[in-house]
Design a protein around this ligand. Structure first.
Ligand code: UDP
Length: 491
């Protein structure tokens, strides 16, 4: 009989996909698990390690293990040489299909350091991103339970599962405006065909998601950055109807002790200035506008968005992606006069914004978002209502959750599922953007109801991670299962 070691803390290996929207919640989750006494290791490549290093350092300062050692360890491996220029290690750096193909080759080659780590170190589980679909079998070969993490909502995973099982797009007329609904879900939702991933047009994506879904089901279970009270019908559906073992452990951003530097390789020297600008604005008067790390807007879309912000009459903070930054191509006449330092109505941020700090500032009363799951949950947690402007991936599903299930936002009417490498049919007009902002932030009954719901949901979100809260208990349940498994394997 092997020596039992229940006294040793659990050790979990985290293996996030190489994009900020995956790295950031994994670093937060590691901080959360470390706060419960779990030893955590994050395996990633140098450029990606830099994105989360300050969050990891800060977590280590806060929760240093009783023996004084690190509780979260960054295990950095070289990015595979696939012919990409030095530093191109992240989904954010990809601007062509050729680079994308090379990047996904590198992703496959990361299996080698992953296998090596597992054969040389003893861990109780791996939290490996769903995009590393081979991780389920690689972990199983080493006898290690694999927990899948895709960084989205249970709602979106339920929608994707329905898509993959029933392929409703196939039987829908080939008209972008044709209505598609997803069978087998607790509620009926209508999408336009143009808002869905079309399996015929993207056979490689369809195949990727089929194999991801299958690999996740072969895994020990799935962890979600979400909380039960946010999407209870879908948690029930996912667990009971679909029979998928899940633990909801979010909102993980609450575990981060260094919101200013979160996701940035270094603290933005301007962060204080942004917050001071907000300090001078009335409560709930500012709309925050940001579309995450992977979305790009055409000059025509930028122009309409700028017009919309102007027409809304609201104060605004707009995070402008580097790729969208050539103002001469999009800036409407007079807009520069609205923005600091020339004007008082708006602030533009070019570069990394301290998003969580901004969303939690009392001056912020609305968030125009692409519905990336991290941004969505950060807004929910801060109690901020949303104006939804999905672009692709899981974002159209998250929009439905926000606007139709939770009723904490309204949409601008985005209809085109298109990545930053693709064109879209419809440009959303400035008047439409202004109207949506007004519905969420204005004086009308609709805005009041939306804001009330958002505030209530924020309270529930923060409660989920408190002792006795649903996510606090799910982390405990997971720890118990892993500890019980360790004991049974050792005996
Ligand atoms: N983020 C940030 N500052 C920025 C841009 C993004 O802090 O200037 C963070 C944001 O808070 C969120 C993540 O980056 O945690 C983006 O993830 P999300 O899922 O919202 O979108 P993605 O970038 O994956 O599309």
């Amino acid at each position: 009989m092997a020596i039992k070691d229940e006294q040793q803390p659990l050790h979990i290996l985290f293996f996030p996909f190489l994009a900020p929207g995956h790295l950031i919640p994994i670093a937060d989750m590691a901080a959360l698990f470390a706060s419960r006494g779990i030893r955590c290791t994050i395996l990633t490549t140098p450029v990606n390690a830099a994105v989360i290093r300050s969050a990891v350092d800060r977590a280590n300062d806060s929760f240093r293990g009783s023996n004084g050692g690190l509780v979260i360890d960054l295990f950095v491996v070289p990015f595979p040489d696939v012919g990409l220029p030095p530093g191109f290690e992240s989904g954010t750096a990809l601007t062509s299909q050729e680079d994308r193909d090379k990047f996904f080759l590198a992703v496959r080659l990361l299996r080698e350091p992953f296998d090596r780590f597992l054969s040389e170190h003893r861990v109780d589980a791996v939290v490996a991103d769903s995009f590393f679909k081979w991780a389920a079998d690689a972990a199983a070969e080493q006898g290690v339970p694999r927990l899948a993490f895709l960084g989205t909502s249970v709602f979106a995973r339920s929608c994707t599962n329905s898509m993959l099982c029933y392929n409703p797009v196939e039987s829908t007329p080939d008209d972008p405006d044709a209505v598609v609904s997803l069978p087998g879900l607790p509620h009926r939702f209508e999408f336009r065909r143009s808002q869905m991933m079309d399996p015929k047009k993207r056979p490689e994506h369809w195949e990727l998601f089929q194999s991801i879904n299958a690999a996740d089901q072969r895994s020990f279970g799935e962890v979600f950055n979400s909380f039960n009270e946010l999407e209870p019908d879908y948690v029930e559906h996912y667990r009971t109807t679909l029979g998928r073992r899940t633990w909801l452990v979010g909102p993980v951003a609450l575990a981060n002790k260094d919101a200013a530097a979160r996701g940035a390789s270094e603290l933005s020297p301007d962060a204080d200035g942004y917050l001071r600008w907000l300090d001078a604005k009335p409560h709930g008067s500012v709309v925050y506008v940001s579309f995450g790390t992977l979305s790009s807007f055409s000059p025509a879309e930028m122009r309409e968005l700028a017009r919309g912000l102007d027409l809304s009459g609201k104060n605004f903070v707009w995070v402008i992606n580097g790729a969208d930054a050539d103002a001469s191509e999009w800036m409407p006449e007079g807009f520069a006069d609205l923005i600091s330092p020339h004007g008082e109505q708006g602030l533009t941020i070019q570069g990394w914004a301290p998003q969580v700090l901004i969303l939690n500032h009392p001056a912020v009363g609305g968030f125009v978002t692409h519905c990336g799951w991290n941004s969505t949950l950060e807004a929910v947690t801060a109690g901020v209502p949303m104006v939804t402007w999905p672009r692709y991936a899981d974002q159209f599903y998250n929009e439905k959750l926000i606007t139709e299930v939770l009723k904490v936002g309204v949409g601008v009417g985005s209809v085109d599922f298109a990545s930053k490498l693709e064109n879209r049919r419809v440009i959303i007009g400035g008047e439409v953007v202004a109207e949506a902002i007004g519905r969420v932030m204005g004086d009308g009954e609709e805005g009041e109801a939306i804001r009330k719901k958002a505030t209530e949901l924020g309270v529930k979100a923060r409660g989920a991670l408190e002792k006795g809260g649903s996510s606090y208990d799910d982390v405990g349940r997971l720890m118990d299962e892993l500890m019980a498994r360790r004991t049974s394997v050792d005996v």
